[in-house]
Design a binder for this molecule. Structure first.
Ligand SMILES: CC(=O)SCCNC(=O)CCNC(=O)[C@H](O)C(C)(C)COP(=O)(O)OP(=O)(O)OC[C@H]1O[C@@H](n2cnc3c(N)ncnc32)[C@H](O)[C@@H]1OP(=O)(O)O
Ligand SMILES: O=C([O-])CC(=O)C(=O)O
Length: 375
């Protein structure tokens, strides 16, 4: 299959380094983590296994996985000063800002003092991030101080348990597992590249992750799942969705959840999350949001040959599991953290500071004028 046509803007199509972690679009719409096909991982693995694969370099055997899950479960508690900071953040704050502050505060309390700690620091963030966002959410919205130390076996189930105050159903825990796997890693995407640039200065791992959260927040990247939800929730029927989408295209507006910087004609993650969104729609008795989403997908392909990326059907899937829209992108953080940290390790292993050149477009040499002589 032909490579996607690219121009130099946004560093598109240029190699900015090497990685052993992931291939994106290598055979058109392929995606692999350390050589494992995303379909195999999403169909068979636990997210904790994928986290292990990315962070430790190989798939765990049963004993290693059991030990890893026990370790992650033991790291779910939040320090009191972090809880106090989270309690100060207003209910109308953007949850990605809460994540950013949470990651940064954790870095103040449990600073990475040496790169020898990188594995433990990553495991700690992986265990604690669902607690950080849900502690803030439940406190600021419901006035409840939740205990983030649950006994849930999976990170996805743990997230839903904290949010809803009761253990997740088997189906919902399963879908969260798939979702976290699909979002875990994606080569040199903008947030991962941010983490690597930060790592290349030999900074600490919390700074790398905090910066990456800021990059993921934007609607052209991770924020697209929320933006897609804000769009589709307004439409009552597929016909209304079609009319509105045609209008948006006419006005040259961006349709969130569509298109990709690397894939050419499909994002392999879409079919997988779409399948689960359909299953959840059936469970929820939905006859609006899923058909609306399908019609948007149809119209975008028919009119523009633009396809759904990983974010589009995540919107309806998360909605059907009762997840508030503003928590969509923080879930992405809880997953992509694994990819970010693995890239930080890789960068540190073979580091040179990332410092490209710029093509200068400013004025030629100018004459210095004292301030009282300027216009
Ligand atoms: C998990 C993730 O982060 S996946 C990405 C999530 N982001 C989104 O869903 C936001 C919407 N999508 C987009 O903005 C873009 O497709 C990006 C940012 C993902 C990729 O950007 P690029 O690589 O610059 O896109 P690309 O080169 O394919 O664009 C080609 C043309 O299609 C248009 N296009 C691309 N995506 C869209 C879209 N979603 N809606 C409308 N038009 C689009 C572009 O405007 C461009 O048109 P132009 O040549 O007239 O300027
Ligand atoms: O690779 C990208 O540019 C964006 C993306 O799909 C991701 O980060 O998952």
């Amino acid at each position: 299959m032909a490579e996607k046509a690219t121009s130099g803007a946004g560093l598109r199509g240029q190699s900015a380094g090497s990685t052993a972690l992931c291939t994106v679009g290598k055979e058109g719409s392929g995606l692999t983590y350390r050589g494992y096909d995303i379909h195999d991982l999403a169909d068979h693995a636990r997210f904790e296994e994928v986290a292990y694969l990315l962070l430790k370099g190989k798939l765990p055997n049963q004993q290693e996985l059991d030990d890893y899950v026990v370790k992650l479960k033991s790291l779910r508690g939040l320090p009191e000063p972090l809880k106090r900071v989270l309690e100060e953040i207003p209910a109308d704050a953007h949850p990605m800002d809460v994540m950013r502050t949470g990651a940064s505060m954790l870095g103040n309390l449990e600073t990475e003092k040496s790169f020898d700690e990188q594995q433990d620091q990553s495991d700690r963030m992986l265990a604690a991030f669902p607690g950080i966002i849900n502690y803030w959410y439940r406190y600021s919205h419901d006035g409840v101080r939740i205990d983030t130390d649950t006994d849930d076996e999976s990170i996805g189930g743990h997230f839903l348990h904290l949010l809803h105050g009761k253990p997740a159903s088997e189906l919902h825990a399963r879908v969260m597992n798939v979702s976290l796997i699909l979002y875990a890693e994606h080569e040199f995407n903008a947030s991962t590249f941010t983490a690597r640039v930060c790592a290349s200065t030999l900074s600490d791992i919390h700074s790398c992750v905090t910066g990456a959260i800021g990059s993921l927040r934007g609607p052209l990247h991770g924020g697209a799942n929320e933006a897609a939800m804000d769009m589709i929730e307004n439409w009552q029927s597929p016909d209304e969705a079609e009319r509105e989408i045609l209008g948006m295209l006419e006005r040259k507006e961006k349709i969130m959840g569509f298109g990709h910087a690397v894939y050419r004609d499909s994002d392999p993650r879409n079919a997988m999350i779409k399948k689960w969104s359909k299953e959840l729609a059936k469970e929820a008795g939905d006859d609006r949001l899923y058909p609306v989403s399908e019609r948007v997908e149809e119209v975008m392909w028919r009119e523009k040959k633009l396809f759904c990326n990983a974010d589009f059907f995540h919107a309806s899937a998360y909605y059907f599991m009762g997840i508030p829209t503003k928590l969509f992108t923080p879930i992405f953080v809880c997953s992509r953290l694994t990819g970010w940290c693995a890239h930080v390790f890789e960068q540190r292993e073979n580091n040179r500071i990332i410092r490209p050149n710029a093509d200068y477009t400013g004025p030629e040499k100018q004459e210095w004028l004292p301030i009282d002589q300027r216009d």
